[in-house]
Design a protein around this ligand. Structure first.
Ligand code: HMG
Ligand code: MG
Length: 315
C-alpha cells in the first residue's frame, strides 16, 4: 500500500527543508503525567532512526516550572548521541547552562518573548531584563564552542496583549541574533498567525536569512503558515511528533505542527527532508500508545484508518 503522498513539485519552494524536531521538548513539556525517562530516551532514538538530524531533546529550565522535564540530566545520560545528529536543549539562564555543560551538550536554545506579559509569565522577567538573563548565557556558550539558537515567542499575537506589533518582534529578534545566535525561530506560541502575517513578518526581517519558523496549530493554520514561510525562502521548520505539545505558561497554546503532516506536505511538494515517513508514523503511533491517547496528526490518523489513495487501490 502506498503510504506516501503523490509528488507534484511546485515552483518557488526550497529543494530541501530541515525539520527541527521539538517533540521530546515542546511536545512532552505540557504532558501532565510524567513520562518515564526510558520512554523519552527511546523516543529520541526512534526519531534519529527515522532520519532526524536535529532533535530538541529536553530543557534545563527550573524543574518546578516544568516538572515533566525535571529528568533532563538522566535523559541526556540515557540518550546515545549519534554522530551527525544534533541534540539541542532549552536553556534560559546561567544555572541552566551549567547543567547543560555538565552533560557535554553542544547546542542550546534560548527562548525570549516578544511581549511584556509573556516575558513575565514564562521567564519571570521583563521584556528588557530577559536580555540581561540571556546575554551571559550566549557569551559563555559561545566561549565553550556551543551553537546557540534563539526563539522569540508570541510573534503574531499574545492572549493578554492582542496582536504583537511586527516592529516589536523584529526588535527582539534582531537583538537575539546580534548576541551571536546562529538562527532565530519565530514562535507562534498560541497559533494565531495567518499566512499573510507570516510573509509580512519575514519581510520585515529583510528576508529569510537565519530564520526558522515554529507554529502551533491552535486554529489549524500551521501548514498554511509553513507554506507561506517556505515561499519566502525559509528552509528550517520546527515540528513535533504527532503534533503534541503546548506551553504550560500560555494556556491557549495547543499542539505544535505535526511532523508527519509537515513531511506529507513537503514530500508531496517534492521537497526533500531526509526523513522516512513510515518510521515517523510508526514512532507517532508508538508514542500515542505510551501517552494513552491517539496521535493528533491527521496523516497518522488517515494511515492508521487504512485510508488509501486511488493508486493504492490499483496496487
Ligand atoms: P526564577 O524563579 O526567576 O529564577 O525563574 P531565579 O533566577 O530567581 O532562581 C530561583 C531559584 O531557582 C534559585 O535557587 C536558582 O538556582 C534556581 P535557590 O538559590 O533559590 O535555591 N534555578 C534553577 N534551577 C535549575 N535549573 C535552572 C534554574 N534557574 C534557576 N535553569 C526561570 C526563572 C527562567 C528559571 C524560570 O522562569 C523558568 O524555568 N522558566 C521556564 C519556563 C518554560 O520552560 N516554559 C516553556 C518553554 S518556552 C516555550 O515552550 C515556547 C517555545 O516553544 C517557542 C514558542 O512556542 O513560541 C520555545
Ligand atoms: Mg512552542
Amino acid at each position: 500500500m502506498t503510504r506516501e503522498p503523490y509528488r507534484v513539485a511546485a515552483a518557488g519552494l526550497p529543494e530541501r527543508v530541515t525539520v527541527y524536531e521539538v517533540g521530546p521538548r515542546d511536545g512532552l513539556q505540557n504532558e501532565s503525567v510524567v513520562v518515564p525517562v526510558e520512554v523519552k530516551a527511546e523516543f529520541v532514538a526512534r526519531l534519529a532512526a527515522a532520519g532526524h538530524r536535529v532533535i530538541e531533546t529536553t530543557s534545563f529550565v527550573h524543574p518546578k516550572w516544568v516538572p515533566q522535564l525535571a529528568d533532563a540530566s538522566e535523559l541526556l545520560a540515557a540518550v546515545e548521541r549519534l554522530p551527525g545528529v544534533r541534540y539541542p536543549v532549552l536553556v534560559p539562564n546561567e544555572r541552566g547552562l551549567d547543567r547543560a555543560l555538565e552533560h557535554g551538550v553542544q547546542e542550546i536554545a534560548i527562548f525570549a518573548s516578544a511581549t511584556e506579559t509573556f516575558a513575565n509569565r514564562n521567564l519571570n522577567r521583563t521584556l528588557e531584563s530577559q536580555f540581561t538573563m540571556f546575554e551571559p548565557v550566549v557569551a559563555r556558550a559561545l566561549e565553550h564552542g556551543l551553537r546557540v539558537r534563539a526563539y522569540v515567542s508570541m510573534c503574531f499575537g499574545d492572549p493578554w496583549e492582542g496582536p504583537t506589533p511586527v516592529a516589536q518582534v523584529v526588535s527582539v529578534g534582531r537583538r537575539l541574533l546580534d548576541l551571536g545566535c546562529y538562527e532565530l525561530s519565530l514562535g507562534d506560541t498560541v497559533g494565531v498567525g495567518t499566512a499573510g502575517h507570516v510573509a509580512a513578518l519575514i519581510g520585515a526581517f529583510g528576508g529569510p536569512e537565519r530564520l526558522a519558523v515554529h507554529f502551533h496549530d491552535t486554529y489549524g493554520q500551521a501548514l498554511a503558515n509553513t507554506l507561506a514561510a517556505l515561499r519566502e525562502g525559509v528552509t528550517v521548520v520546527d515540528a513535533s511528533t504527532g503534533g503534541i505539545g503546548g506551553c504550560p505558561y500560555a494556556e491557549s497554546a495547543t499542539g505544535n505542527l505535526a511532523t508527519e503532516d509537515l513531511v506529507w506536505m513537503l514530500h508531496g511538494l517534492g521537497v526533500e527532508t531526509g526523513l522516512d515517513l513510515r518510521s515517523l508514523v510508526e514512532t507517532s503511533t508508538w508514542l500515542a500508545t505510551e501517552l494513552g491517547r491517539p496521535s493528533p496528526s491527521r496523516v497518522v490518523q488517515a494511515l492508521a484508518a487504512g485510508l488509501t489513495t486511488e493508486r493504492d487501490v490499483k496496487e
